[in-house]
Design a binder for this molecule. Structure first.
Ligand code: SF4
Ligand code: SF4
Length: 168
């Protein structure tokens, strides 16, 4: 049981959309240990990545019930840059449906003043949402980073660069 009192219940969408390094399981493919509607077959011995994972809906009651991943088809996580929204690849337009689209836009507006980004991930493609537009960033590899160009706090452009180039 989490602090919100929520439980995963019939949801196991993170076992599809998240990559699990220890199992060499790619993102957007069902984990071979996941049984439909029954969950993890190796629950007591599941990888540490799995036992440490909680999506935002599970632990933050600011996300209302309709955000439950099994209903919304969206798994929300936080990163050091802000919010990541992973879409079930079987429902690639789920994030464009209401009320999700409007709520994501609202978070993009507040995120701009707080220097936090909202990124939607569909398959291997990423889209940066800002209050005014969507930046289609294409496929962002694990060794790449999103760089936002700011005018004050307003995002005016976004590009993808190698992480190693940022360190130089
Ligand atoms: S996506 Fe969230 S609610 Fe669904 S199984 Fe994973 S942690 Fe639980
Ligand atoms: S090992 Fe279990 S918890 Fe981890 S991704 Fe697979 S089914 Fe999900």
């Amino acid at each position: 049981m989490t602090a919100t009192g929520r439980q995963c219940g019939d949801c196991s969408l993170c076992c599809k959309v998240m990559a699990i390094e220890e199992l060499a399981k790619p993102a957007n493919a069902w984990c071979p240990h996941c049984a439909p509607r029954r969950g993890c077959r190796i629950y007591p011995g599941r990888p540490a990545e799995c036992s440490a994972f909680s999506c935002v809906w599970l632990v933050n009651e600011l996300l209302e019930e309709h955000w439950k991943p099994s209903r919304s088809k969206l798994v929300l996580t936080t990163s050091e840059d802000g919010l990541e929204v992973r879409c079930d690849p079987g429902f690639p337009d789920a994030w464009r449906k209401e009320p999700f689209r409007s709520e994501l836009r609202k978070w993009a507006i507040s995120g701009e003043t707080l220097d936090m980004s909202v990124v939607v991930i569909v398959g291997q493609r990423m889209t940066l949402l800002t209050p005014e537009c969507e930046f289609d960033l294409g496929v962002v590899e694990p060794d790449e980073r999103i760089v936002r160009e700011l005018d004050g706090t307003r995002v005016v452009n976004a590009t993808v660069v190698k992480a190693s180039d940022l360190e130089q």
